[in-house]
Ligand binder design. Structure first.
Ligand code: ARG
Ligand code: GLU
Length: 721
């Protein structure tokens, strides 16, 4: 009996260590070597080669980088692409007018002819991935200066890229991995004719807006549909009315069976940026000063903008996108600090470093190679400390006082003018266009208040890093920032959009001359020059040193912590992450369930509300429980969570089941777990997905666009058995 118990215990321990996947954003071409076994133990029924294969069609052939900032997936043999509503939002907004308000009402093309082209939007497939580390690092030695190293690497990358076998319609790029210890080449196929096919109204696609953003439980139908068009030969082609729907090598099958607790899921997409291998000293700075500094500045900015948006319809429309983008990172950083504190992210890193050092000191060779790396990093981060704060203050404040943005645009025009007439004439229309677009979403009444709210933070920082002349100006107003702001915006010509646009049309040279005496330009120049003189040089120098040390530390970790499986930080390249569907305990006595339902949408419903209104048609479908084939046990599933390690850029990524069928659409993470960009903790890090059945229900039942569902391949993997 005892033996059996022991055996069982060993068995359980073995499998729980094997099965604790969750963390990691893995390179598709290494899955077979590193992950396949574990994925299968978690329930995956397909092979690594079904996910990534160069010569045979595989799941990767259905995945695209959407516009370079999100992920999308092909879900029909006619090039239909699914992504998030917030990923397609630019396209939706661009085609919206007061009469055809697709943001408010949604948009559904009834046929190919109604699908709307989008200038500048593209999708990129990955044809293959190659490890080119040896070639790129050829000739690189440890004694080299960073500059020489970089120059040699650039040269090698050029050679490798040029020598790469590829078709005329293919491109290639090379990226550094593991802090520049490894390099991979991606051969790509980019399609530039991508048309808008469908989008739900924002009251579904962005239900809950900023209040619900980064939160669970969630009830958002965050999706939109596009279609890839190709030339008659099915190859990439510039937009043309002659183009035809693209026929993909692979499109995803869609499961109508949903997910249950413990089910295997994987997310396939393009995560943007993570920093998982920082030393404790760096994480401590993020938690204690960098995140809080940025949060405090955004607190002020958001309060100003929100105050206006609540009282002015016009400003509400103008500032909606800006507000959402400022609020998105602001809220994420708060969750990040909370999560790192709660799970003792710094303490965990310290323990890890103790073990690392213990092992390094135990071996003469490792000691010689890596004995000082952590100490050197700590010193470098201590030096970075004040410069990092100065960077955050400048980097957060300057772009938010938008008068400075206008000035930067005009300075660019001035620089072109200095180069001669040709350069000037080439730049002028661009500047005009940009400022025209800019002023559409600008109101100087808001900007004055932003100046008033944010300049005290600039002036209040350590005086070693702020501009003496600006401090003097501020002293002249004796703390009356309101008066300073009023006077500045009254005397500058640049706050008045009509004056600026008119001057650009009639007498651009005159406008540029007038800049010489403009007080706002003088102020912006002083701020910029001070930053360039007092912060930037040291910041750049220390950061370069840190980068080199991080590279060494990364290699060191791989050499020393040999039992650990390492995955490279996200860098906007194609990755697979996997885990199981599971809830989490947010805090003491608060446990979160896995699925949300339409009932929850109705619970949150506030008639006419900016964030929580529910369209009449959706309420009616709910009343009648008219869910068609998409409901489950009389209820309509909406969102679900799982322990997949995702980040920004994974928006729009497919959530796939054990067979590789589409079951969900990734769009967010839970608040307590946003620190997964820095330190993943399996207890609270969860990604949020829209249940694919909700997507289909909205398309079919809500929008009456059943013809789109007919293009798709719907399957019942669970009922088959
Ligand atoms: N938090 C998600 C992301 O980082 C969703 C953002 C869009 N939604 C919103 N309410 N702002 O992109
Ligand atoms: N919403 C994010 C995006 O746009 C994905 C959520 C996350 O950061 O995990 O990519």
């Amino acid at each position: 009996m005892k033996v059996l118990k022991l055996f069982l215990l060993a068995f359980v321990l073995f499998f729980s260590s094997l099965a604790r996947a969750d963390e990691g954003m893995w390179l598709p071409l290494l899955l077979e070597k590193l992950n396949e076994q574990q994925m299968k133990s978690l329930g995956m029924k397909i092979s690594a080669r079904d996910i990534y294969s160069v010569n045979n069609g595989s799941l990767k052939d259905a995945i695209v980088s959407f516009g370079g900032f999100c992920t999308g997936e092909v879900i029909s043999s006619k090039g239909l692409v699914l992504t998030n509503h917030h990923c397609g939002f630019d396209a939706i907004q661009n085609h919206s007018t007061l009469d055809n308000n697709y943001i408010r009402d949604g948009f559904w093309a009834r046929n190919y002819a109604e699908e709307i082209p989008n200038q500048g939007l593209f999708v990129t497939f990955i044809a293959r991935i190659e490890d080119v580390s040896k070639l790129v690092l050829n000739g690189v030695t440890s004694g080299m200066s960073e500059k020489d190293r970089q120059a040699l690497i650039e040269k090698n990358m050029g050679l490798v890229k040029n020598a790469a076998k590829r078709e005329t319609y293919q491109d290639a790029f090379i990226r550094g991995f593991f802090e520049g210890n490894q390099y991979y080449m991606f051969v790509t196929e980019t399609y530039n004719d991508v048309r808008l096919v469908g989008a739900p109204p924002s009251s579904i696609g962005n239900f809950g807006k900023d209040t619900d953003n980064w939160m669970w439980p969630r009830h958002t139908g965050d999706f939109s549909l596009f279609r890839i068009y190709a030339g008659k030969d099915n190859k990439p082609a510039a937009y043309s009315t002659e183009n035809v729907p693209f026929v993909p090598k692979k499109s995803l099958s869609i499961s109508l069976d949903g997910t249950a607790k413990g089910d295997f899921t994987m997310i396939f997409g393009f995560p943007g940026r993570t920093t998982e291998y920082l030393p404790a000293a760096a994480v401590k700075q993020i938690v204690e000063v960098n995140d809080p500094t940025k949060i405090a500045i955004r607190d002020k900015a958001l309060a100003v903008i929100d105050g206006f948006m609540r009282n002015d319809e016009q400003i509400k429309i103008q500032y909606a996108a800006k507000y959402a983008s400022i609020a998105n990172a602001w809220k994420k950083w708060q969750g990040e600090v909370l999560g790192l504190n709660r799970t003792d992210g710094v303490g965990k890193k310290k323990k890890y470093e103790e073990e690392f050092n213990r092992r390094v000191l135990a071996s003469a060779q490792l000691k010689q190679q890596y004995g000082t790396v952590l100490g050197d990093l700590e010193k470098a981060y201590a030096e970075l400390y004040p410069y990092g704060i100065a960077r955050d203050i400048y980097g957060e404040i300057i772009p938010k006082i938008e008068l400075f943005t206008v000035i930067q645009q005009l300075k660019q025009l001035k620089a072109a003018q200095n180069q001669g007439e040709t350069a000037f004439q080439a730049q002028l229309p661009k500047t005009k266009e940009r400022l025209r677009e800019f002023y559409k979403e600008y109101d100087s009444r808001v900007d004055v208040k932003l100046f008033e709210a944010l300049m005290p933070i600039y002036i209040g920082q350590d005086s070693a890093y702020s501009a003496p002349s600006v401090r003097q100006k501020s002293a002249g107003y004796a703390g009356d920032y309101a008066r300073w702001a009023q006077e500045l915006y009254k005397t500058t010509v640049l706050a008045d959009e009509n004056k600026v646009l008119e001057a650009l049309d009639k007498d651009p040279a005159g406008l540029l001359n007038a800049l010489t005496n403009d007080p706002a330009v003088a102020l912006q120049t002083e701020l910029a020059q001070n930053y360039s003189a007092k912060v930037l040089p040291r910041l750049t120098e220390i950061q370069a040193r840190i980068n080199a040390l991080q590279r060494t530390y990364m290699q060191a970790q791989m050499d020393v912590m040999t039992e650990k499986k390492f995955y490279p930080d996200a860098n906007s390249t194609l990755r697979v992450t996997y885990g199981t569907v599971k809830g989490y305990e947010a805090r003491d006595a608060v446990a979160y369930d896995i699925h949300t339902y339409l009932d929850g949408v109705m619970e949150k419903y506030v008639p006419g509300d900016y964030e929580f209104d529910v369209p009449a048609k959706l309420r009616e479908l709910y009343q009648k429980k008219d869910y068609g084939q998409y409901g489950a046990a009389g209820k309509m599933p909406v969102c679900f969570i799982a322990a997949n390690h995702t980040t920004g850029g994974n928006s729009g990524s497919p959530a796939l089941d054990a067979y590789g069928n589409l079951v969900g659409l990734n769009f967010d993470r839970v608040w307590e777990g946003t620190m997964s960009d820095i330190n993943y903790d399996p207890s609270i890090c969860r990604n949020i997905m829209v249940d694919i059945r909700y997507v289909l229900f909205i398309i079919d039942k809500y929008a009456g666009a059943g013809h789109l569902v007919k293009e798709m391949k719907l399957v019942h993997p669970k009922k088959k058995k």
